[in-house]
Design a protein around this ligand. Structure first.
Ligand SMILES: [Zn+2]
Ligand SMILES: [Zn+2]
Ligand SMILES: [Zn+2]
Length: 478
């Protein structure tokens, strides 16, 4: 695509987003304590600065390069337009922004109409300071990112694809790129194209609901009024806990919360073998568990621990054992005795049925560990324990899709369908050139209408479908 073409397309997207911010100011969520938040924006335009510095040539001669000027550009820029120096600093990001009022933020959104806009989960005394230590951290919301990227959904084999980056190699395939080398040229560099569909978004939703219902509401006892939910505008959901009693939690307390929620580190469900009158003699008793409890958080939140969830997790795991791909020795026996095992675990108190022959305490222990891990909610850990993360502004547009970052309440999320409810732009059609030459662009649904798959072709599509392809970077404006 020519430089002019890139410029035209970026400007077009920016103006489209601008219309949204002009017309939908009321959808933009103004974070609490706005003046303590740092904002960052990824723009459709690039900012470049021509570095002025002294360099030493091969012959040892010193000379000055660069003119110190700066500017913005919609096209990729390789050298300074004033002095031809190639020593340029180029970025499409602006960071350390701050807004004192709602109007100031909304004004900036209309002015910049950014590709993406984020704000800190943290509160700072001086959010606009350039360096972290000057910002003065004053606490942070507890945030969770549940992204299909981390869920290994089966559909990725169907819709993600890769191509080999070697110029002379045309190798490509579906699913994630080869973990070692290209089967044709032995190259090790690949470009991958990730897609999103109802199935992986449903996986993300299921994990979000588990986090919300089981862990935050039940175990942590957090008031639902203090939990904010939103669709990320792309492949997942965000959950933010805005309870001032957790604002001061440090990174290690937040790490413990992550481990607890994921069920990682759970190493010992212990089973007390007792002989009882009836033939059921193996009560499941969680005597000790090694999931680190959020000890620093525990004074503020009373967390009951995994004890009363182990049997529930085991029932869920065993019910789904037919789709488990592990090669442990207990898998076959468990598959054959699925109903019996579940029956025992559903009793009060739960027991490990001795009728499941061939599975002793050691195996039950292994099963319980697997079960806890698969029961835990999959979240992107670093987002939660990094105290300086930024998170998308609710009500903004996600430039990777052109979808809205929707705020949702607990009732709304059940029936929420991103491919309908997050559509930001409707009306009219656009002609686009789809870039599915080597590997076709997978089919997708917008407003219940199915589009694609597309190869290398020119198609006229309804605006939301066309914008989705443009934002995903798999089509150009014709
Ligand atoms: Zn210059
Ligand atoms: Zn190759
Ligand atoms: Zn999918």
């Amino acid at each position: 695509m020519s430089s002019n073409h890139i410029q035209r397309q970026r400007k077009f997207l920016q103006l489209t987003f601008q219309d949204y911010y002009i017309e939908n100011a009321d959808l933009v969520d103004i974070p609490a304590k706005l003046h303590n938040r740092e904002f960052g924006m990824q723009l459709f335009s690039l900012t470049w600065r021509c570095d002025r510095k002294i360099i030493e040539s091969d012959s040892g001669e010193q000379k000055e390069v660069g003119c110190g000027r700066s500017g913005t550009s919609y096209a990729r820029i390789l050298k300074c337009p004033f002095c031809d120096s190639k020593q340029l600093q180029i970025t499409d990001w602006v960071r350390h922004l701050g807004f004192r009022t709602r109007d100031a933020l909304l004004h900036e959104l209309v002015q910049s109409a950014p590709h993406s806009v984020y704000h800190s989960a943290a509160l700072y005394e001086t959010p606009v300071a350039r360096f972290m230590h000057e910002k003065n951290w004053r606490g942070a919301e507890l945030i969770f990112d549940i992204d299909a990227d981390h869920l290994d959904s089966k559909c990725t084999e169907r819709h993600d694809s890769w191509i080999c980056n070697d110029a002379d190699c045309e190798e490509s395939g579906m699913g994630p790129p080869p973990s070692d080398e290209c089967p044709s040229c032995k190259g090790k560099s690949f470009s991958s194209r990730k897609w999103v569909c109802d199935d992986c978004l449903q996986d993300a939703k299921d994990n979000t609901l588990k986090l919300y219902d089981v862990f935050l509401s039940e175990d942590f006892g957090i008031d639902p009024e203090k939990i904010v939910l939103n669709y990320s505008g792309h492949r997942g959901y965000h959950v933010r806990v805005q309870d001032s009693k957790i604002f001061s939690l440090d990174s290690s307390a937040r790490t413990e919360i992550v481990h607890y929620i994921e069920g990682t580190g759970f190493t010992t469900a212990s089973f007390r073998s007792t002989v009882e009158q009836d033939d059921y003699k193996n009560p499941l008793v969680v005597i000790s568990e090694k999931v680190p409890l959020p000890t620093s958080a525990v004074e503020k939140l009373s967390v009951p621990g995994w004890a009363n969830r182990v049997s529930q997790a085991m029932v869920e795991f065993i019910s789904d054992i037919d789709s488990y791909h592990g090669s442990e020795r207990w898998v076959k026996v468990l598959k054959e005795n699925k109903q019996e095992a579940i029956h025992g675990l559903k009793r009060t108190p739960p027991i490990l049925s001795p009728r499941v022959k061939g599975i002793g305490d050691k195996f039950w222990q292994e099963i319980s560990i697997r079960a806890v891990q698969s029961y835990g909610a999959s979240i992107d850990g670093p987002v939660t324990y990094d105290l300086k993360r930024v998170i998308r502004l609710i009500g903004s547009i996600n430039g990777k899709t052109g979808f809205k970052v929707n705020r949702l309440n607990r009732e709304e999320i059940d029936s929420f369908n991103p491919f309908v409810d997050a559509i930001a732009f409707r009306g009219g059609t656009l002609k686009v050139h789809t870039l599915g030459g080597l590997v076709k662009i997978p089919a997708f649904k917008i407003d219940a209408e199915e589009y694609g798959p597309y190869g290398d072709e020119i198609v006229e599509l309804p605006k939301p479908a066309a914008l989705f392809l443009l934002c995903k970077g798999v089509a150009n404006l014709e």
